[in-house]
Write a protein that binds this ligand. Sequence first.
Ligand code: PRX
Length: 638
Amino acid sequence: MSDTYKIGLGNNDTDIRKKADSDFVSFWNDQAKNLTWFSPWKKTLDWQPPFARWFVGGTINASYNALDVHQETKSQKPAILWEGEDGDSRILTYGQILTEVQKFSNVLKSLGVEKGDRVTLYLPMIPELPIAMLACARIGATHTVIFSGFSATSIRDRVDDSKSKLIVTADGGYRRGKIVKLKEVVDEAIKGFDFVKNVVIVERTNNEITMTSKDRLWNDLMNNASDSCPAEKLDSAHPLYILYTSGTTGKPKGVLHGTGGYLTHLYSTFKWAFDIKDSDVFFCTADIGWVTGHSYVVYAPLLHGATQIMYEGAPDFPDASRMWDILQKYKATIFYTTPTALRMFMKFGDDIPNSFDLSTLRLLGSVGEPINPEVWRWYYKTIGKEKCPIIDTWWQTETGGMLISPLPGLETIPLKPGSGTRPIPGVNITVVDENGKDVEPNTKGYLVVKNPWPGMLLTLWGDDEKYKTVYWSKYENCYYPGDYALKDSDGYLWLLGRADDVLKVAGHRIGTAELESCIVSHDDVAESAVCGIPDEVKGEVIIAFVVLKESVTTENKILEKELVEKIRTDIGAIATPKQIYFVSKLPKTRSGKIMRRLLKAIGNNEKIGDVSTLEDGAAVTEVQAAFDEIQKSIKESN
Ligand code: PRX
């Protein structure tokens, strides 16, 4: 934890931190002035804990700030340099995107979508996805994007919860050379949903589709649409989007983000963390189906009138050189990716990236999970050639944008491999113990945020009570993100993984409760417990323990296949366990609760600790034996 890298861009605006520390409300008030508002706000922050409303009384539009404001100077500037997995490419300028967005806004209106309605987007990484999002934002409809790897059942739950009137999908998308038939999945997902009035289909793959009475083709609608649609003047707190994310209990929750505060947060953090300049070519590898794609593919780069690369497919398709090839081809200057992707690239060896010209790069970002120091150093040396700062950004779907990150656009401070350094200005973050008391330096505790920030979620869609209990009940008037952290003696923060029952597999958030209830809904299963174990590339992978009903005679191999199939159908392939293990009982407390802590400890090869509350010690022996066997078989298969 000790080596530091004294690198930076030489920028040093010490005033900003001083201002932010002395009065965070007036600090954010100044930041909001970077955006274009239709009418000014009357109050900067209305804080009725735990509900924050920023820039009250102001009216604004996200699509207007992303597109219209650039037309005078940048209508010919490329906004998106798109590359399909199959080698297809498209360049969309700020002028062209505005035209497309206005047309699609009119399409939405013609199909009966009004301000306040929800629209579900289930699309591959193609330009029509940001276009549809910005069109929703333009007319005040709330978009809810679903990652294109999710299953029909997952879509059904989300569409039902948001009561979306309209769905935009595609005939298919390319992934590892194969066509993923998205429209078929949507057909299955919305069976019997009368409230879904229309489905708009983008033709991406020319894969044959069966049209239903609700279906309309994107091109047919766009050909007849007018290209003029003024942006709605929306309240600052107007719901821009719902994004579903996994938590510790039940089904995924709808995180609801507003407009004025969220955009202010993105504008500022993008400038501070990535020091964005007009000449930059930014490349974020996140899928727009996740929050990183919402915030730092769609909104933040466009707010700044930046040029960015958008790539459709798998990062290692057709081979391990794809990312470096894209960076070289488009002369990227800023690259933002995940530790999982970096660990995979690192495994492929240095010769591949070394054979590309990556000299245009000047900043390298990381997001989504803790970055191991050795991976950080590899990124710094092999990709950045020891001249690009590593911007390790910590944040969440709920926070809207970065909360902890090195900020080379603002200040020059030494970096430490594996630390996100310090909070952004205007947020007060600390590490506390179980009782909410600040822990001593270098002591592991829980990360908390002590004041509201502009990108903060408005609430959970339709569930204010859950919003209060999930994030604001552990510590009084503090936001609890569910992460372990420590602060070192220089005040640097080190993020140490989730403190709750949320898993991070390849950076994707998966709730253990959701997965367990899916497994238990199989007819032959009595009980189940899942947990994560460390994995060299994915950070962690899922292991599932399953107790079968007594009467079951089906072979384990067959059941295993059925369970995997069920998980893929109910949730999606990303939730598939690496191993499913059948045991006769699970370690439980005397009051009948599964001792997850214990499973996790065994999986991590840690000391088991106090098991005095355990009901039956034999279960531990069985689970331990299961793990040993799993680890043996993983070793053999590597
Ligand atoms: O555990 C933290 C981890 O990802 C969680 C948030 O996941 P999600 O909502 O899917 O958003 C991911 C993209 C912003 C956090 O609670 N996490 C995110 N970034 C980092 C991280 N852990 C360590 N270091 C990071 N830089």
